[in-house]
Design a protein around this ligand. Structure first.
Ligand code: PLP
Length: 404
């Protein structure tokens, strides 16, 4: 793909890989460890630095991270977790993989974010004593109001897992302070994805952050088959220790069933190289969003960008506009095809998960008008590092002509 030339295809999102990223990966390939080596720990340390988390556990992808978090909470059949309907499938699926059931919460029709009122409404639709957790989703790089959602969850005795797959580098308001997403000021864990369309790319990659050391140990064990090499956790003393009471060097124990959800050194080296550029990536995305805001303002009220909320300092992941195609005498499908013909890629994030056949058959169709309204008008426009302001102008021009 050529850079910056008018007429090139603009995907809705893509990675930015530089020569130093390639060099970082090549260095791992020439070294001793392709996995379970020093690049994993170095990436985890960098992620702690960026988020303000006490602990960070790198893993295979964001979905694996959500599943690990659900397992670490001991979700199981008979339990229920609240998930907003406006998210990627993985948030709800992670709950189902434990055997627990999902109750879908509605979201704000303008931002797609779940609020404390939506959480309360979801709780009122289910058997309260079975609900163990809530998974707020920081959509588009803008955070849920974690202060009020966290307080609501605490009031009901729920664990909180933030799906922060869109929100690396976003800050959350807590009283008079701003807290990094992933620091888990109002949650138990936060989960990140480093898929190539996310702000930082690992190829496939993810992470779970938490403040609690016990939870960190549990996540690490679940990430690797449920095994532990911590001598303090060994229970079969005669197998674990020699006559001097030293742990046997080869020894490990397993106390529960885990998975292989590890991230390789190859992926983590890329992640480390990328995460060091986060401020530059964020600034680049913010600049593109500001240009969209400027150029699309004259198209209001037919076209409106997702509004920015006071409780969040966003780290924009995707550029979402709500478009009243009916008022413009067209349809979203026609608009998508016209933009595509102009070399502009778009996407819809997301189909409300409660409408997926699997969930619909399992739970029936809940009435979630906020999620439906958000879905009905949303369209994700191109935004990626390396996109130029002239490209933004091209998108705005194409929208203007398609909408008449
Ligand atoms: C990308 C994403 C995931 C899943 O992450 P993967 O790394 O693709 O497994 C989960 N939730 C949300 C909101 C996402 O955007």
């Amino acid at each position: 793909m050529s850079n910056g030339r008018a007429g090139r295809f603009l995907p809705y999102g893509r990675q930015q890989i530089d020569e130093d990223d390639i060099a970082a990966v090549a260095e791992v390939l020439r070294g001793d460890y392709l996995t379970t080596g020093p690049a994993v720990a170095a990436f985890e340390q960098a992620l702690r630095g960026v988020t303000g988390a006490n602990h960070a556990v790198a893993c295979a992808n964001g979905t694996a991270g959500l599943h690990l978090a659900a397992l670490a909470l001991d979700l199981k059949p008979g339990h229920v977790a609240v998930v907003p309907s406006l998210t990627f499938l993985a948030t709800a699926n992670a709950v189902r993989l434990t055997g627990a059931e999902v109750v879908f919460a509605d979201v704000d029709p303008a931002t797609g974010l779940m609020g404390a009122d939506h959480l309360e409404a979801a709780l009122s639709r289910t058997e309260k004593s079975r609900v163990r957790a809530v998974f707020p989703v920081h959509l588009n790089g803008q955070c849920v109001d974690m202060e009020s959602v966290g307080a609501c969850a605490r009031r009901h005795g729920l664990a909180v897992v933030e799906d922060a797959c869109h929100a690396l580098g976003a800050n959350q308001r807590m009283g008079n302070d701003w807290i990094g997403t992933g620091a888990c000021a109002a949650s138990d864990m936060a989960v990140f994805s480093f898929h190539p369309v996310k702000t930082v790319a690992m190829g496939e990659g993810g992470a779970v952050t938490c403040a609690d050391e016990t939870l960190d140990r549990r996540l690490r064990s679940l990430r690797s088959h449920g095994l532990t090499r911590e001598a303090s956790e060994f229970t079969v003393t005669e197998q674990a220790f020699d006559a001097e009471g030293q742990p046997n060097p080869w020894y490990y124990e397993m106390h529960e069933v885990g998975l292989n959800y590890r991230a390789s050194d190859i992926n983590c080296a890329l992640g480390l190289s990328q995460i060091n550029k986060l401020p530059r990536f964020q600034a680049s995305r913010a600049r593109i969003m500001a240009e969209y805001a400027r150029l699309l303002a004259p198209l209001a009220p037919i076209v409106r960008l997702v509004p920015q909320m006071s409780w969040s300092q966003p780290s924009w992941h995707i550029a979402v506009a709500h478009i009243d195609t009916a008022a413009a005498g067209t349809t979203r499908a026609k608009l998508v095809r016209q933009l595509f013909a102009d070399g502009i890629g778009t996407q819809v994030h997301y189909l409300p998960v409660h409408r997926q056949p699997y969930y619909r058959e399992r739970y029936g169709l809940a009435d979630l008008p906020g999620a439906d309204a958000y879905y009905a008008g949303c369209l994700t426009l191109p935004m990626f590092v390396g996109m130029e302001l002239a490209d933004v102008a091209r998108v705005a021009q194409s929208l203007r002509s398609a909408l008449g």
